[in-house]
Design a protein around this ligand. Sequence first.
Ligand code: MTE
Ligand code: MO
Length: 404
Amino acid sequence: MIDRRRFLQGVAGAGLGGALPLSRAAPYYGPEGLPAGTLASATYDTLPGKLPLIKKSFRPPNYETPVHYFNEVFTPNDAFFVRYHLSNIPEVAADTWKLSIGGDAASAEAAFTLADLKGDFEQVEMAAVCQCSGNRRGLSEPHVPGVEWGYGAMGNARWKGVRLGDVLRKVGVKAGALEVAYDGADGPVNDKTPDFRKSIPVWKALDENTLLVYEMNGEPLPHWNGFPVRLLVAGWTATYWMKHLTRIEVRSRPLEDFWMNPAYRIPKGRFPIVDRFVSQETDTNTPITEMVVNSLITNIHEHSLYRAGSPLFIRGIAWDGGYGVTRVDVSTDGGRTWMPSMLGDDHGRFSFRQWTYAFRPAPGKYEVMARATNRVGATQTSELVFNPAGYHNNVMQTVTIQVR
Ligand SMILES: Nc1nc2c(c(=O)[nH]1)N[C@H]1C(S)=C(S)[C@@H](COP(=O)(O)O)O[C@H]1N2
Ligand SMILES: [Mo]
């Protein structure tokens, strides 16, 4: 069952202005609105504590957020996407949970309870986008293997926690520290599947925007999004945002696990990436790091019909790897001409930024496109930068609508 309240909110939030849809087409919220490549498995299903989301797989749980929720700048916790590599996912009890920290490049072994984290370190709050590296993989041509995500393997939330750097400095970081590796409470159901562990460069671990978070949009983290504590690596794709964190190791040597290599790799030199992960680079590839600049049109959908003569508001969101979105241009003629949209409130450089473009269309067919640009001048592509894992898809969308 679709939750009626949320459903109606999503529709109301679409903000179609004076141009009421003439057609009785369903709002753009479901599999029927998704491009063909994402359809392999896509039905609605409800995990405990979640609204109906687009199910890609049940074991492990992979659930995508329907697009209409992105009409809100912050993604509701109960509509936030869920992604797991492994199927053994215990429910962690907050009062007995402990985070252990050590490793050959840490000065000591230490353990912290949730109360220690909240009480002994400065609490910080940050709006940040959590986006799966494989978001939009289902749109890859030719088709690539993996979870065939559409547009909703992402979300934006206000997160609360403490700086990982503050906690690591309390334990002590030795001069030879190279990477910070970590593990979560979930595990494989058989010993053929490698455990999900990840690492980041020590400079990124000590960055003031890398956090240990325990709250999301003012609530404790939902179980499916990492209760009681997850890592937030602002600007970097969500593969590094370890859920149900249990163990952190400061290392003098690179982590050589399956999920670091060969998994989560991009070809070198093909994307406009600034952040390098030097200790993990090979001659040909490198771990994925920051998100590429991107946008999503959220309130109009393919084949919709609008009324001529009244203003039509086209809305969406844009985001990047943390430089900040500086403009979003909109085309209504398939990319021949572009006009600047109006940017919404700035919730910080790691957040979704809303944008609106208003025009008064004459009758006809309109090919609506959006193109975001960030502070370092990076923008979206018109052609897919093909890579075998289907990462970093920021191809501009085209949504064709009719005005009568
Ligand atoms: N413990 C754990 N953390 C994890 C993962 C996982 O499989 N296990 N997957 C990562 C990946 S690839 C993504 S995209 C995000 C998804 O975050 P979400 O499920 O809260 O949306 O979690 C990351 N953290
Ligand atoms: Mo992911």
